[in-house]
Design a protein around this ligand. Structure first.
Ligand SMILES: [Zn+2]
Length: 335
């Protein structure tokens, strides 16, 4: 992955290119922006530029020994720390291993680069364990952290990092990213509006489990007001076992469609054209204030889940909330 392969994010890319070209690279950076935006790809492009033996201008050459190894994931001076599958947190031990690794001399390049992908998955212990390394990174090593929001890492960690914000991509860029990941052009164009500027969300929607989660959400939300508490509980458990981010993105997309149809009329294009019927019915039935409150409930839940909360509980609370808002009852007493 080179800078030239990164779609969009011009401002962030230009900043990282400049820093590398002038060799004024901060010891720690935090790339932040919503999930599915391409933070990991940008972190890898930056690492490649830093480790490349023969940078062409302000990008990696793509052909030297270092670039080849990086492309194959076998460069000894790059390490990626991420949450292990099936775990809610990153382990403190992963941070200790990283610190020990950074303390060793680089094997091939002149420096070492570490990517901590999803630094918000480090709990307080983990983030505190990282502090000393961030303060005195060995040699000229560079640590790149990613997180959905800068507020999700501790202030003590944040203040030791240079912050680089990534914004959602324009629709054309989303289509380019999706096409680059192998989606047929027609499919990429059809799915891109669902991404809300974060192509990773659509790639996530494209899998089998993801399609199921989305279907289940689009089937349930239009009739949420009629569901009994045990049905909601069951649904929350089902969704929590699957890709929760997808279920939440689909919920967000549904209510945004309802809101926009209500405000902008039937000509406005939908994110979920396959659910046009229920969306139009909901738009005709629900006052704008109701839909806005439902959107707020979904956004709150996305923030809660990103902070690593209990997913079943977060989903169940959200679904009950959505139901009570629609029934026009006070939220404090869902039943
Ligand atoms: Zn190279």
């Amino acid at each position: 992955m080179r800078f030239a392969d990164v779609v969009g994010h011009q401002r962030a890319v230009a900043r990282l290119r400049r820093a590398a070209a002038r060799d004024r690279v901060p010891a720690a950076l935090l790339l932040f922006g919503p999930s599915g935006l391409g933070k990991r790809a940008l972190a890898e492009a930056f690492a490649t530029r830093l480790l490349c033996a023969a940078p062409a201008g302000d990008d990696a050459c793509g052909t030297c020994d270092h670039c080849t190894r990086l492309a194959h994931g076998t460069h000894p001076d790059l390490t990626v720390v991420e949450r292990e599958e099936e775990r809610r947190d990153m382990r403190v031990e992963q941070v200790r291993t990283l610190s020990r690794w950074l303390a060793l001399h680089p094997l091939m390049a002149t420096r070492k680069v570490a990517i901590i992908d999803g630094a918000h998955f480090l709990n307080e212990h983990g983030q505190n364990a990282l502090l000393k390394t961030l303060e005195e990174p060995p040699g000229s090593s560079v640590i790149v952290l990613t997180a959905p929001a800068s507020a999700l890492v501790l202030p003590t960690v944040r203040s030791r990092c240079q912050l680089v914000r990534l914004d959602p991509l324009p629709l054309d860029d989303v289509v380019r990213v999706l096409a680059g990941r192998g989606l047929a052009p027609e499919r990429a164009r059809r799915l891109a509006p669902l991404a809300d500027g974060c192509p990773g969300r659509v790639v996530a929607l494209d899998g089998e489990g993801e399609a199921g989660a989305r279907e289940s959400v689009l089937d349930t939300l239009p009739r949420i007001a009629t569901l009994a508490a045990p049905d909601i509980s069951r649904l929350a458990q089902d969704l929590a076992r699957g890709p929760v981010e997808t279920a939440l993105a689909a919920s967000l997309g549904f209510y945004r469609d309802v809101l926009e149809r209500g405000l902008l009329g039937a000509e406005h294009p939908l994110r979920n054209p396959d659910a046009a019927g229920p969306i139009d019915t909901a738009a005709a039935r629900l006052p704008v204030t109701t839909v806005l409150r439902q959107l707020e409930a979904v956004c709150d839940t996305i923030a809660i889940v990103e902070r690593n909360a209990n997913r079943t509980l977060a989903l169940e609370t959200m679904l009950l909330c959505l139901r009570e808002i629609e029934r026009g009852r006070p939220l404090s007493n869902p039943s």
